[in-house]
Design a protein around this ligand. Structure first.
Ligand SMILES: Cc1cc2nc3c(=O)[nH]c(=O)nc-3n(C[C@H](O)[C@H](O)[C@H](O)COP(=O)(O)OP(=O)(O)OC[C@H]3O[C@@H](n4cnc5c(N)ncnc54)[C@H](O)[C@@H]3O)c2cc1C
Length: 399
């Protein structure tokens, strides 16, 4: 039976997150967005409250909480700062989960522990200039030389790519088309040599305070013992990481929707037009009602996916559906929140424009809106069925 009620511990955790976000993120969020300046202390701040390893077992350096806790963290962080939520979901959802699920026991101690303890920031390097939605077109090559691999290629649009100490890079050991050669590597920046270079991407439409980078791999070195899974298993690794990443995007999007709702309610109760609050106008009510509806839907969808994950069940369909619906609705709610405020919403003095620009990214990354639509159709039509993965998520409690 799906239980959607938060426990007293989860409510306490949620309250702690709200206070953290209000204290540590809110004061500078508008300035950082305006100046397109990632917070260099952000990851240390997240580490100070144990968020990098929130759902990783304590025996690997994590906080030992569950998937719902990670979802709550994403929702509460994005309520204030979507760039911060992106950092957490890339680190915890896309990168650490991959090492946890597919890594050996030795790799979990050596590679996952520093990630979970917040000593290393992690990121996820899948996209290339000519391989975005079509992962099969990936061209970055991995050449084995004794105990090492040399990586050659380029990754683009990599969130936290300029800051992260560990990049989960996907490269192929077999140039033939298809997915058979794709292999995952935990590339340590400190050990990769001069062949690894990263460069920030500037002038983004949104998520301006988020580090987004190009990763150049010109004979970057990675120890064979840092290969995650077997040669040729990288496509499966990437897809299971995306299940968890999409879960984080979906729960984060609920935060944007709630922020839009709260802001719109406050404004609609204050702004007087024709001698009455604009909240009395039916067309304004329609926008506010849509936000209230979308928040409940978004919340239920991410909780359902989290519930499945807590039981070690594969949640590819649930996570993709939640990501699709919630990201679309967050972007629509941000547009409506701006509209409710009229010209005031059109000013950067209001957070509405930032919500609109930031939420636009979620329709692109971790599978575009069109890719999610296609997935939903394929599940509905019976063209796609999930087989159990070789490495199911450990059920929670995961100690
Ligand atoms: C802010 C930001 C952060 C990102 N962070 C990361 C990261 O950390 N790691 C990482 O690896 N990548 C990251 N990405 C990259 C992102 O995952 C890709 O941009 C995304 O997968 C789409 O790939 P593309 O940009 O090459 O678009 P394309 O794949 O070229 O798509 C172009 C258009 O064609 C549509 N299209 C493509 N295929 C189909 C199809 N089969 N049916 C219908 N329509 C289709 C798409 O929906 C889109 O509208 C990030 C991107 C952004 C914007």
């Amino acid at each position: 039976m799906v239980d959607l009620e938060l426990s007293p511990e989860q409510l306490q955790f949620q309250q702690m997150l709200r206070e953290f976000a209000a204290r540590e993120l809110a004061p500078e969020v508008a300035r950082r967005d305006r100046d397109a300046e990632p917070d260099p202390e952000l990851f240390a701040k997240l580490s100070s409250i144990g968020l990098p390893g929130v759902s990783i077992p304590q025996r690997y350096g994590g906080a030992g909480l569950d998937w719902i806790a990670l979802g709550l963290a994403c929702e509460e962080l994005e309520y204030v700062d979507a760039s911060c939520r992106t950092a957490l979901s890339v680190h915890a959802g896309l990168c650490s989960t991959g090492v946890y699920q597919w890594g050996t026991e030795e790799q979990r101690q050596r590679l996952l522990r520093p990630l979970a303890e917040g000593r290393w920031q992690g990121c996820f390097g899948l996209t290339e200039p000519d391989a975005g939605s079509d992962v099969r077109a990936l061209r970055t090559r991995a050449y084995r030389e004794g105990d090492l691999y040399r990586l050659r290629g380029q990754k683009v649009w990599i969130s936290m790519g300029d800051q992260a100490e560990l990049i989960l890079v996907f490269a192929t050991v077999d140039p033939e088309p298809g997915t058979r050669g794709i292999t995952a590597f935990a590339v340590e920046r400190a050990a990769a040599g001069p062949g690894l270079r990263t460069e920030p991407i500037h002038n983004k439409y949104g998520l301006r305070a988020s580090d987004t980078a190009i990763v150049y791999l010109d004979d970057a070195l990675v120890a064979a013992e840092n290969r995650i899974g077997e040669e040729g298993e990288g496509f499966k690794v990437a897809m299971s990481c995306l299940d968890s990443g999409r879960y984080c995007v979906a729960s984060g999007a609920a935060g944007t929707i709630r922020a839009c709702l709260d802001m719109s309610v406050t404004y609609a109760r204050q702004r007087q037009v024709q001698g009455q609050e604009i909240g009395r106008f039916q067309l304004v009510q329609q926008m506010v009602a849509g936000m209230a509806r979308d928040y409940d839907v978004a919340r239920l969808l991410w909780l359902r996916a989290g519930w499945a994950k807590n039981r070690g069940l594969r949640s590819s369909r649930e996570s993709a559906l939640a990501k699709w619906v919630n990201s679309e609705r967050a972007n629509r709610c941000a547009d409506d929140a701006l509209q409710v405020q009229g010209a005031s919403g059109f000013s950067e003095e209001s957070p509405a424009a930032r919500y609109l620009r930031n939420s636009r990214a979620t329709l692109i990354y971790e599978g575009t809106r069109e890719v999610q639509t296609q997935l939903a159709a394929e599940y509905a039509l019976g063209y796609r069925q999930d087989r159990p993965v070789r490495c199911p998520l450990p059920a929670w409690p995961n100690e």
